[in-house]
Design a protein around this ligand. Sequence first.
Ligand SMILES: Cc1cc2nc3c(=O)[nH]c(=O)nc-3n(C[C@H](O)[C@H](O)[C@H](O)COP(=O)(O)OP(=O)(O)OC[C@H]3O[C@@H](n4cnc5c(N)ncnc54)[C@H](O)[C@@H]3O)c2cc1C
Length: 560
Amino acid sequence: MKSKNTFSFGTRSEILRNASQTHYVLLIIGGGITGAGISLDASLRGLKTMLVEMQDFAAGTSSRSTKLVHGGLRYLEQMELGLVKEVGREREIVHTNAAHIVIPEKMILPIIEGGSLGKITTSVALTIYDYLAGVKKEEHRRMLSKEETLEKVPLIDEKLLKGGALYYEYKTDDSRLTIEVLKKAHEYGAQAVNYTKVDSFIYNENRQVVGVEVTDMINGQKIKIYADTIVNATGPWVDDLRLFDNSLKGKRIHHTKGVHIVINKKRFPLNHALYFDTGDNRMIFAIPRTDIVYIGTTDTDYKGNFESPDITKKDVQYLLDWVNRLMPSLNLIESDVTSAWAGLRPLIHEDGKAPSELSRKDEIFLSESGLISIAGGKLTGYRTMAKKVLKIVTRRITTATGREFPKCQTRKMRLSGGEFPFYPETAKLIEYADQKYDEAKQTGITPEHFKRLFYRYGMNIDLITEKAFEFYNISKNSENAWLKAEIWYAVDYEMITSIEDFFIRRTGMFFFNVDEIIEKLDETAHCVQEFVSLNDTQINIQKENMKNQISHLSDFKQIS
Ligand SMILES: Cc1cc2nc3c(=O)[nH]c(=O)nc-3n(C[C@H](O)[C@H](O)[C@H](O)COP(=O)(O)OP(=O)(O)OC[C@H]3O[C@@H](n4cnc5c(N)ncnc54)[C@H](O)[C@@H]3O)c2cc1C
């Protein structure tokens, strides 16, 4: 099927062909949230921008986080007031710009016997947090009695509990947030390709970096791409690229690993998100989402493969132990874990500090070759990180050419799917979703299924609905028509190349609904084969790969 949209699998090769014949103002390496944010900011200021990602978009840390747009309450403890203020205030902006995927979530913070948080310290800390993060009045913290806390989370051990607090965070889907940022950047002229790896840099006679050599990981082709400025936004890989550039001096990245595990709600019937302290001075989230609860995270030093960090039995047991300690009646065991993921934090190394003590602040490294590298930071702070990078980029261009640029435009820029024709308050969103459902229900879709899609695609649901009608009119099979329409959208508007891209990063089903993947694998493979034009051997390899990944989901490594 020929694609009309240009952020699609159908136009991927063409984008790369054009890239080899174009001179860009800005080339970004890394298609996680940091690179995506830079691409959006740059395109809105009119810079000719290209982004290359060696895996799928968001396949690095940006699909492996706790999936919260949050103010980092924990950083208050470390007295990182500036960071709390910055990311805290960003929460509301990110929510307004992408209200379909950044949803307010009430969090319960239980105060427990022997824990590091007392009633008074919690109350004071949350009040400071509300002030620093500029929290809306209706979302200010509320202290809870022991009885009120138990009413909300009856699973907590009554003997341990002293009281609680209720405050707000926002939950998101990190990889969808990344793709929505990229799609909006694309609307404003930025180009981006996945599965395109930077192998080396190209320099001029003054040893200034002027381009990159890349490999198209799908067909092995090598091309050169040239740009005035190159930004290294490769998260955990930042130092690898600095090494290629011969500029790995001074501060380095300290990689720490964070593991999350997923438990079915039938085994862990939690209805309120929890943020609780462990006995080792850390905090853990337990977050309900559809039919599951996910728990995380660990924070340990990591040396090993960056693409798919190992999850060990020790990581899993650590999380289970703290949940079981707070809620002993659960008695969760390793075999209750249905899915899991591990992500790497690209933090800035500080001598003598333990992983959980390292700052989450972002940092920019400027190399003598002109390469700009950015690491650290938070998903939540992607917009302000981009702003800092663009300040350097635009200043350089203005100095060299006198060209002036507009100020940052991202604060009020709704992301793709977030362009609701109203201020996106929760009540209005619910009403709007109902209205959209009314327009779609003749295809036989259930309200629950439609709601899931509405909160995945926001305003872009209209395109999917139109396509679902088209398929439904032919097959009269509602389930099939909607799955096919969703895959069509993912190929034609979100550049998926495989079954894995769809199940892991465009829908999150791999983390949150493995059973549904098993049920829909054949049908999905059929649609991906048709829309991506794959032969039988290619699609069978993809299917086997997906099955393999599912069967290893809860195969945790014995090593410590
Ligand atoms: C366990 C955990 C929990 C977290 N929870 C939260 C949270 O709840 N909220 C929050 O705000 N933040 C959270 N964070 C932080 C947040 O996830 C990260 O700061 C953010 O995702 C980093 O994004 P990035 O784009 O810098 O890196 P990445 O997402 O890793 O992107 C870098 C990309 O560069 C690509 N790349 C590398 N080398 C090359 C090359 N040679 N050529 C082309 N491409 C290349 C990689 O494939 C990768 O996709 C969490 C982090 C972790 C680890």
